[in-house]
Design a protein. Structure first.
Length: 283
C-alpha cells in the first residue's frame, strides 16, 4: 500500500495549478456585482432627490446688465401715459356730467331733444304752457279720425303713414294733404306758435323700394315731405318745426302682426310746451 502522503500529492498539485491560472470556471472565485440601475422605467417619474436642483437665485431676473437710464426713461414714459389716460377720463366724466345736466333740464322744460332752450315768446307774449295746461287743451282738438295722446309734457298725434304716402315712398297722397291741412289748422287754433316735432317711423319689414338704403332714409324723406307741406301750404312757420327720423327703432306695438306693423308705420306730430320766437302774422 502506498503511503497516504503520496496519494494526496496529485490532488494538491491540481488545486494549486487551478488557483494559479485563475480559471473562470473556478466555483470558489467571488463574482463581481454590477451597480444598480437607477433609471426609472418608462412612464414613471424620477424620484425628486435624483432631479437636478435649481437654485432660487437662478429664477430671479437680474437687472445688473440693464442701463439705469433706460429704466428711468421707461418709468417716465409709463407715468406720462398714465397721466394722459387720467386726463382723458376726467374730460369724459365732465362731458358726461354736462350732457346729463342738459338732458335733465330739457326733459324738465319739455324741449326737443338736443335743442337749446328757445325764447319763450308767443303770440300773447306768455311763458311756455305747463303740463296741466297742455293736457287740458288737448281735449279741444277736433280730430275725429286721430287720437292725440299726452306723453309727459308733450302731446303726440299719430298719423298712419299709409294715409299720408304712397306705399314705400315719400310721395304725399291727396288724402295725406287733406289730413295735414286739418291737423295744422287745429294745432294753430289750440297750440298757436308752439314748437312741433315731425317724427317719422316705419315697421321692421324689408324695404320694397330700392331708392332707400335704410329705414332711416325713408323716414327722413317722409318727415321732410311733411315739413315742406306744412311750411308751404299752411300757416305754420319753419322756425317752429324740426325733423326726426327714427326708422324702425321706436315701435308702438309688436311688429309680429300685420295690424301691429300698420300701426308702427306712422308720422308723429309732437307738440311741445314752448313757443317759437316768430311773428306768425308775418307769414
Amino acid at each position: 500500500m502506498m503511503p497516504l502522503r503520496v496519494q494526496f500529492m496529485p490532488l494538491v498539485a491540481a488545486l494549486v495549478a487551478t488557483a494559479a491560472c485563475g480559471c473562470a470556471s473556478n466555483p470558489f472565485k467571488k463574482q463581481a456585482v454590477p451597480p444598480p440601475n437607477l433609471e426609472p422605467p418608462p412612464g414613471v417619474a424620477a424620484p425628486a432627490h435624483t432631479m437636478p436642483q435649481v437654485s432660487a437665485s437662478s429664477l430671479t431676473p437680474s437687472y445688473a446688465d440693464v442701463d439705469g437710464r433706460q429704466l428711468e426713461a421707461a418709468l417716465m414714459r409709463t407715468r406720462q401715459e398714465s397721466q394722459v389716460m387720467q386726463d382723458e377720463i376726467a374730460a369724459l366724466r365732465d362731458q358726461l356730467a354736462s350732457t346729463s345736466s342738459q338732458l335733465a333740464q330739457s326733459r324738465a322744460a319739455g324741449l326737443p331733444p338736443g335743442a337749446d332752450k328757445p325764447p319763450r315768446v308767443g303770440n300773447d307774449g306768455g311763458v311756455s304752457a305747463t303740463p296741466v295746461v297742455m293736457q287740458s287743451a288737448m281735449t279741444q282738438l277736433k280730430l275725429p279720425d286721430l287720437q292725440p295722446r299726452f306723453d309727459g309734457a308733450v302731446i303726440r298725434i299719430d298719423i298712419p303713414a299709409d294715409r299720408l304716402f304712397d306705399g314705400g315712398t315719400a310721395n304725399l297722397l291727396p288724402e295725406g294733404a287733406a289730413v295735414l291741412t286739418q291737423v295744422s289748422a287745429e294745432l294753430e287754433r289750440v297750440y298757436p306758435g308752439h314748437f312741433i316735432g315731425i317724427e317719422g317711423h316705419v315697421d321692421t319689414e324689408p324695404l320694397q323700394n330700392a331708392a332707400w338704403a335704410s329705414p332711416h332714409q325713408l323716414t327722413a324723406a317722409r318727415s321732410a315731405a311733411v315739413f315742406d307741406f306744412l311750411t308751404t301750404r299752411t300757416s305754420m312757420h319753419e322756425s317752429q318745426l324740426f325733423l326726426v327720423a327714427h326708422g324702425a327703432n321706436h315701435p308702438l306695438v309688436s311688429n309680429a302682426t300685420a295690424a301691429g306693423r300698420l300701426r308702427n308705420r306712422r308720422v308723429e306730430l309732437v307738440i311741445y310746451p314752448d313757443r317759437a320766437a316768430v311773428d306768425m302774422a308775418s307769414k
